[in-house]
Structures are given as structure tokens and as C-alpha cells.
Write a protein that binds this ligand. Structure first.
Ligand code: TXA
Ligand code: MG
Length: 402
């Protein structure tokens, strides 16, 4: 294992200007500008590491990612090794422009090759069904599935774990985009946590999990969304949300057309413990997002735990309470050593505060050495669907309202 360097980068020094061609998406072939030399130097160093097949942790708007050259099997395998991630759980590819994405779909030299079969998708083009989604949500926390090119795929087979489709997104975070742009590489990047832990939303979370396992962390401050991207397969009718995330299912359905029929994969809705569900997104079958402490999840509307509930759990140690919308401050004061996570913002209807703070709160309570965390669940609408998806996977006990 080697030392992990930390490089602080100010994202406000990086800007992308929209593609000049009229009628194209602003992210089609944007130009990048970096306004100070220190930022150029830090990002160039990181891009050099990536080009040499090493991995680098960097911020995205959702969570921190651990990125490597998606075309290099050595690079991609170093991600799996650092995270100790199961090899059959595929990675999301990140690009900085639609042009870069088309370079994956139509690798140089493959244009002349036809396999003689008629398909619904035109080799080299982004399937039309995605136009509405891309115009509305890119750059941003949305991942789409695309067919791998029939021949000469530039992506390492380790990225897709052998599946015929690959997952890709165009992030809005300037640092993530700058790394794809400067290295001229599509970057495979899962969340930069040790496999099974809550995803990291700050550089210090990454350091806690991956210290001396990776060469570099770029610290660009806390993530604004706080939960991972929504993963959507639009190559099926109806389209399927494989993982709820930063873009709500309601917002996708509002696009109309085929998207109005979008369904949510059953596997993403069930408790992790239910092994009868066969996951469609391989990652959904693993234990996930779990702090060291046990998590007790209360369905929304369930009263805060009181007296005997907390005494019972306090027998096994220190108790943490994570309030969201209705539990009163001080609900945890009945138990000795209890912690109450105060977040009055989180009570204000849900402008993303719960998503943004969730993983950090679980990690904070772990740092305070609590043994059990009682969490007040929220309704599964809008951001609530993704929040409850993560909490159900983290929870060992779910308390239902009776
Ligand atoms: O917001 C995000 O998506 C973050 C940041 C870093 O971009 N990345 C992230 O990656 O959350 P990860 O590896 O933690 O989660 C990727 C999810 C997994 O559930 C995986 O199974 C699914 O996407 N996935 C990736 N490639 C897939 C594919 N080809 N088919 C189906 N599911 C796929
Ligand atoms: Mg992850």
C-alpha cells in the first residue's frame, strides 16, 4: 500500500462553455476553461495518473467517485481492488461531453464494419429514446444504459462485468468533467467508499475508507446531491428505473411519451434481506450503505422510540437518533448517551436536505461510536424514494406503523 495524497481544488475556477453549433445540446462538444494555474496543475497531475492506469478519487455532484480509465483493464481492476468490490458488480462510465460518449459507441475503425443485422439502434448514435432525458437532465445525476458496440468496444470488459449494456452519465460537477476532458478518457467510477459502507460525500469520508489504498484524492468540498445518480434502462418498454437516485421518477415521468410509463425495478424497492428478488442491476443484491452501527428504520408516521424501546436498545450500548420530518428534538433524551442529529432544515418539506445529509449523518454517528441508530423514515415520493431505498438496504430492523 502507498501513501494517499490529497489535493484541494476549487471547482469555481473551472467552466464549460456550451457547444457553439446551433441546435446542439450544450454538452455536445463544450470548451473548458480553467482560470488559475494551481487548478490546472492539480488537475493535470490527476489526469496523468489516470492516463497511467491508476485510480483517483474525485467529487461529483452526487457522491465522491473512484475513477480510472474505462478503456484500461489494469485501471478498472485497480478500482475493484481498492474498494474490495465484487467483480460482478459493473461500473458507471463518466464522460464530459456527448462527443466523448459517441466515441465509445462508434470506436474508430468500426464504422465500416457491419454485422448484417438490422437493429433498432443505429451503431454510433445515442438511441433516440434518450433525447428527452439527455436534454433535460444532463449534465446531472442521471445514468442511462446503452448497448455496447457490437465490435471493437473500447471499454474494458471489467467495466460491464460481461453485460451487453454499459451504464454512462455526464456529471455536472466541474471537477469530474474536467478530469474526463483533460485526460480525454471516459472514466469508470463507482462511489469511492469501501464496498458495503455508506457512500462518501466529502474527501474525509474517502480518506477514512481508502487511506493508503489509492494514490490521490481530489478534495472539492461536500457533494450537493448526496445520493447516487438514478440508473435508467430506456432500451426497454416500459423504461425501468434500476436504482432510484438524484433525479426523481416523477421528474422522469413528466417528460411524457414513453417516459410517462416508467416503472421502478422491484429489486430496488425491496429489503436487502429478501433474497427471492433477482436483481436487474447487479449492485442491488449486495449489502450496501451500512454504517458499523445497527440501523433501525421506522416507517414514516411511526412515533419516535420512547422509554422502553430505547432502554432495550441501550442495553447494547450507545443510541443514536436520526430525525427527519416529524420526530421532536429531544426524542432521544430518554436514553443515556443518546445522540440527536439536529437538522431543522430537513424538516422543511424536503428541498434535498435529507438526501444531502443522509450518508454523512450515518458516518457521523459511527464516529461517535453509537451501537444502534434509530432512523425516522420518510414517504417514498420524490427524493424520498431514493432515501428510503438506501435506508432499507442499511437497516437490520424495520419498524412498521401499527
Ligand atoms: O452517482 C453515481 O452514480 C456515483 C458517482 C460516482 O457517479 N456512482 C455510483 O457508482 O454510484 P456505483 O458503482 O456505486 O453504483 C453503480 C450502480 C450499481 O448498482 C451497478 O450495479 C449499476 O449502477 N450498473 C452499472 N453498470 C450497469 C450495467 N451495465 N447494467 C446494469 N446496472 C449497472
Ligand atoms: Mg456504490
Amino acid at each position: 500500500s502507498s501513501h494517499t495524497a490529497i489535493s484541494i481544488v476549487d471547482a469555481s475556477k473551472i467552466s464549460f462553455s456550451p457547444s457553439p453549433e446551433p441546435g446542439t445540446h450544450p454538452c455536445d462538444s463544450p470548451a473548458m476553461e480553467i482560470s488559475d494555474p494551481a487548478t490546472v496543475e492539480a488537475l493535470t497531475k490527476a489526469a496523468d495518473l489516470l492516463r497511467r492506469g491508476q485510480c483517483v478519487a474525485f467529487p461529483t455532484e452526487t457522491v465522491y467517485g473512484l475513477g480510472a480509465d474505462a478503456t484500461s483493464t489494469v485501471g478498472v481492476n485497480s478500482i475493484y481492488a481498492a474498494k474490495q468490490r465484487p467483480l460482478d458488480n459493473p461500473l458507471i462510465v463518466h464522460v464530459s461531453s456527448l462527443r466523448q460518449l459517441r466515441g465509445i459507441l462508434a470506436p474508430a475503425g468500426s464504422a465500416a464494419t457491419t454485422n448484417g443485422h438490422t437493429t433498432n439502434t443505429c451503431e454510433g448514435e445515442i438511441p433516440e429514446v434518450y433525447n428527452a432525458l439527455i436534454s433535460k437532465f444532463w449534465p446531472g445525476p442521471l445514468t442511462i444504459l446503452l448497448p455496447l458496440p457490437a465490435t471493437d468496444s473500447p471499454l474494458s470488459t471489467s467495466v460491464t462485468a460481461g453485460l451487453p449494456k454499459f451504464a454512462v452519465r455526464l456529471p455536472s460537477h466541474p471537477i469530474a468533467r474536467a478530469l474526463c476532458h483533460l485526460s480525454s478518457l471516459p472514466l469508470a467510477a463507482p462511489s469511492a467508499n469501501a464496498s458495503g459502507n455508506p457512500s462518501p460525500t466529502s474527501a474525509s469520508h474517502v480518506l477514512t475508507d481508502l487511506r493508503n489504498r489509492i494514490p490521490l484524492i481530489i478534495d472539492g468540498g461536500p457533494c450537493s446531491v448526496g445520493l447516487e445518480s438514478t440508473v435508467v434502462d430506456g432500451l426497454r418498454d416500459p423504461p425501468v428505473v434500476l436504482r432510484p437516485g438524484g433525479i426523481s421518477v416523477e421528474a422522469i415521468r413528466e417528460l411524457g411519451g414513453v417516459w410517462a410509463r416508467t416503472v421502478i425495478s422491484r429489486a430496488s424497492l425491496e429489503d436487502a434481506a429478501d433474497s427471492s428478488i433477482i436483481p436487474e442491476s447487479p449492485g442491488m443484491k449486495y449489502k450496501h450503505y451500512s454504517p458499523r452501527a445497527g440501523v433501525v428504520l421506522y416507517e414514516p408516521g411511526t412515533p419516535a422510540p420512547r422509554g422502553k424501546d430505547l432502554v432495550r436498545s441501550s442495553k447494547i450500548g450507545k443510541v443514536g437518533i436520526l430525525r427527519t420530518r416529524t420526530w421532536e428534538a429531544g426524542a432521544g433524551k430518554l436514553a443515556l448517551d443518546s445522540l440527536t442529529r439536529e437538522s431543522d432544515d430537513a424538516r422543511s418539506k424536503g428541498g434535498g436536505e435529507i438526501s444531502r445529509g443522509l450518508f454523512a449523518a450515518l458516518r457521523e454517528l459511527d464516529d461517535a461510536s453509537v451501537d444502534v441508530i434509530h432512523v425516522e423514515g420518510i414517504e417514498e415520493v420524490l427524493e424520498g424514494l431514493a432515501v428510503m431505498n438506501r435506508l432499507r438496504k442499511a437497516a437490520s430492523v424495520v419498524v412498521r406503523n401499527v
